[in-house]
Write a protein that binds this ligand. Sequence first.
Ligand code: HMG
Ligand code: MG
Length: 284
Amino acid sequence: MAEKVEIFEVGPRDGLQNEKRRIPTAQKIALVDCLSGAGFTRIEMASFVSPKWVPQMADSGEVLRRIRRAPGVSYAALTPNLRGFEDAMEAGADEVAIFGSASEGFSKANINASIEESLARFAPVMEAANAEGVRVRGYISCVVECPYDGPVAPEQVAQVAARLWSMGCYEISLGDTIGRATPEAVDAMLAAVCEELPANRLAGHFHDTGGRALDNIEAALARGLRVFDAAVGGLGGCPYAPGAAGNVASEAVHDRLTALGYETGLDRAVLDKAAAMVREMRAE
Ligand code: HMG
Ligand code: MG
């Protein structure tokens, strides 16, 4: 039987957060409901951040409350602080994610905190999540390059990963936020991170600005990673990462993994349907 590689769908969050036009709540819900029929077991579709910082995500609570919950799907939300965590719980998120950075410049621009301050802010989120038995994923942005600070040392990524891991994150997602990584740089970064924690607790999160995301996924597969974040239709980007293009498209990752002999468990026809919905949303 083919080995399983999971695609963690982040389109309704990482994808939509960067759309300039305000997407109607009903369209967001329809997209999530379509995606949950594609076979994803985790879908990130909400973000409990300041609506002044990311206005597109202001209706996250409503989206979470109104989706049709598919059995076996974990609906995930970003929570930068305790307030975000409490709102996510109230709206019914199954799991949450804290998000830090390997570079100081992006940390400041994205969450208005130094790396050290952000980790201190995450501590009460971890504590509350543990008390409620909720899984917490940890993101690290700018694992290869930062739009403000330039190249990021692999050891710096490894240090932040070790901290998030020791705080209790069940998985650490490593973000090439501006999509400029090369497979060689990804390999060097992963060599350092894998000194600190096992590859099967890591996920790759590649934006595709430089068109190398699929090659970067292959480099990460060779290092033992088996979870990759992607956004249907290649939606995405971060409003605080100038020049960053969309996430690598879920359907492209599915096709590459399938060609390499892996099993994703996804229904390609439903993925196509979701990608068409995204195209329509963006055309309006
Ligand atoms: P701050 O200004 O330092 O915090 O922002 P604050 O505590 O002073 O609060 C400022 C305002 O936000 C206050 O409102 C708070 O009430 C409100 P005001 O008094 O001005 O009216 N506030 C909140 N509102 C709703 N929900 C909350 C919340 N917390 C405070 N949870 C803060 C700090 C973290 C809040 C802010 O910087 C922020 O929201 N940043 C989010 C940025 C973001 O969402 N970026 C995109 C996601 S990360 C990403 O895309 C990268 C990733 O994909 C991986 C990769 O690609 O690398 C994950
Ligand atoms: Mg991202």
